[in-house]
Design a protein around this ligand. Sequence first.
Ligand SMILES: [Zn+2]
Length: 246
Amino acid sequence: MNSDILIDDLIEYNQIVLIIEKNFFENGKYEILFDYETRPSIKDFRSNEESRNQYFSHISHILKDDYPFAVSDRYRRILEIKKSQSISGIINLNIDGILKLEDPQNIIDLEGNISWLYCSTCGMDKSMESVIKNQDAVSCSGCKDNVLKPSIPFKGQDIAEWDYRDSWMLLNRCENLIILAEDRISPITYSFIEIVVKRNKAIHIISETSNKYEDLHVDMSSVNFIDYSIDNFLDIMIKSLENQVI
Ligand SMILES: [Zn+2]
């Protein structure tokens, strides 16, 4: 595809919602290390001290050397794009928390993020940075006997209802849905595609793989596949949004 054509197309876009699929940061390294399957059940975490200690030592082992994360070039591009008024919001399925720490407005970390730990009883929170770097205690200083939990769903927990609702609201008023897919599309993204297909709005999936995801039970016929690398696409998007301002 000729990139100039795409720039001209993108200039026309407005009320854009971006979905960032998993594995966007560091080739998915942390998505794998913090995968749902590695998390304890919420019941165990609440009732069993050993399970808690195990999980916290797992977390600090993963993060001790490179936390807080540096903003990657890709995320820098996203933050640039996000400044445009044409972007209504970003739904991020990655749990690194980088985007939200940099600029929380209009970002939904739908699967939670590891930047914060919170107390389920009193709501007190603490940054992951202070826990990892200063070895802060993970017990709640407010209620004493309660233990702080990273804000990602554990087994037996769903994604936060308010984040899901906010995503719906975004999708119900978007004109263009752009999905940045590394190599797969999550079930939740499919359910979002369905919403936007029903509204007859434009959907674009940026994916270098030739997978057209036709084996799934979602009508993909109205979906546009753009065979660009995500990085190239983001550069083009930045250019086109700059032109919009002029
Ligand atoms: Zn508390």
